[in-house]
Ligand binder design. Structure first.
Ligand code: UD1
Length: 421
């Protein structure tokens, strides 16, 4: 297994480009199943999770062709299987996103039941209940969700008990080809949900209300061929900003969008960062100062994203003062704090709240990544630690950060990959 070796100390300084959003690319690739012709997707990030989605589409019989500009042409007209197998789903829970589109387009879908994961139990009850309200018959057998419908799915009025990004996306895709109108209330408002809705509309769908808590989808008979450009990755953006804040650095991130991470920018400003923004760039300058502690609580968009919690926890770990962080989305998402404490951080946990007393510097140690964003927080910790930190199990990082060591090197970090055997 590959590891990252980081010699901490210096501030990050320089400019990098932000990649396309993983959490937008995954549902959009699933949405190509809805179209009656090829869909060309651009700004697709080069990541393990994306490769897993290519493999999944490939094993359904879908043709996926990648060109040198990282544009992907997906043609689902060659689909010949309706089975999303356990081997792929177990490596990426987002595989569940093929359920809605496959069912609404082909009338049948057999998708391995995704299990829990390091950050929590992550059920899919909202996905299944919504599809049943649209007329699907679903049974669980042999670890598979077997869904079918007689004729087309039917538009329904669905009130979600919890705000779920994945369930909103799955049901929106299912509703795009359903008979009649579907209204999803208490829908997720995340920018990636909006990106998916815009993509469906670019293919001839009729989704309105995206970015609000009520989505209205008027089902159409077919979606056509087309092309779509994936939005920038707000979590990758926030991660590099957090790394710059923790290291007292000064960075400019290009090809991003300052409007989709306001809650994070507000916290970074509270931490003492000078932030300036343009249409497609964000610059952060700590002016050499140590960050100040911040308090925050994760919640659905537009509030502070759970996917940025671990990275800001590391900023707090080296900040001046005491910061309190409450994680409300996933039950087990503060586990990285134990690894940070091994590097000299002072973090105590009280239920789903971390109380972080900032220390001047962290100390290098071998640490182990437990999930994608936790890994990023350990890399940031390595950048501010004295000595050489080795971050193990970085396959988690490769799932969601394109060329992380190259980008950090470009910002002056002393980081390299040690290939595993
Ligand atoms: C997506 C993101 C992930 C992010 C998360 C929350 C992708 C590929 N992943 O994950 O990076 O951390 O949103 O912003 O976009 N829940 C239920 N029942 C369900 C579905 C969800 O109870 O059927 C609960 C979950 O356990 C969790 C909460 O709802 O507590 C939010 O989860 P959800 O928004 O569905 O996360 P994902 O879509 O899996």
């Amino acid at each position: 297994m590959d590891k990252l070796l980081i010699s901490g100390g210096g501030p990050l300084f320089g400019e990098i480009r932000i990649s396309g959003a993983k959490n937008s690319a995954l549902p959009i690739m699933a949405a190509t199943l809805l179209a009656d012709g090829p869909v060309m997707i651009s700004n697709v990030p080069h990541l393990h999770d994306i490769t897993t989605m290519f493999e999944l589409l490939g094993c359904l019989g879908v043709s996926v062709v990648l060109n040198e500009k990282m544009q992907v042409e997906v043609d689902a007209t060659t689909l010949h299987s309706h089975v999303a197998p356990y081997d792929l789903v177990k490596t990426m829970r987002a595989s569940i996103l093929v359920l809605g589109p496959m069912l609404t387009k082909f009338g049948v879908a057999n998708v391995s039941f995704p299990g829990g994961c390091a950050i929590g139990s992550r059920p899919v009850d909202l996905h299944l209940r919504g599809l049943e309200m649209m007329g699907a018959e679903i049974d669980i057998d042999g670890g598979y969700i077997n869904a079918r419908c007689n004729g087309r799915l039917k538009g329904a009025h669905i009130l979600m008990d919890t705000v779920s990004v994945g369930a909103t996306e799955n049901l929106m895709m299912a509703a795009a080809l359903a008979d009649g109108q579907t209204i999803i209330e208490n829908a997720a408002r995340e920018p990636e949900v909006v990106d998916l809705a815009n993509c469906i509309n670019a293919l001839g769908g009729r989704v309105t209300g995206m970015g609000t808590t009520t989505l209205t989808i008027d089902g159409v008979d077919t979606l056509h061929r087309g092309s779509y450009r994936i939005m920038p990755d707000r979590i990758e953006t926030g991660t590099y900003l957090a790394a710059a804040a923790a290291t007292r650095g000064c960075v400019k991130l290009k090809d991003t969008d300052p409007h989709i991470l306001e809650a994070v920018l507000i916290k970074l400003e509270e931490a003492g960062a000078k932030i300036s923004v343009g249409k497609d760039w964000i610059a952060l300058d700590m002016e050499g100062r140590r960050p100040k502690s911040v308090n925050f609580k994760t919640a659905p968009y537009p509030a502070f994203p759970t996917d940025m919690q671990a990275q800001l926890t590391t900023v707090n770990a080296v900040a001046d003062g005491v910061g309190t962080i409450t994680e409300t989305i996933f039950e087990n998402r503060l586990v990285q704090t134990h690894e940070l404490n091994r590097m000299g951080a002072k973090i105590t946990l009280e239920g789903n709240t971390a109380i972080v007393t900032g220390v001047e510097r962290l100390k290098a140690a071998p640490v182990m990544a437990s999930d994608l964003r936790a890994s990023a927080s350990l890399v940031i910790a390595g950048l501010v630690a004295d000595g050489e930190t080795i971050v193990d199990r970085i396959y988690h990082i490769d799932r969601g950060y394109e060329c992380i060591e190259e980008k950090l090197q470009q910002l002056g970090a002393n980081i390299r990959r040690i290939p595993g055997r």
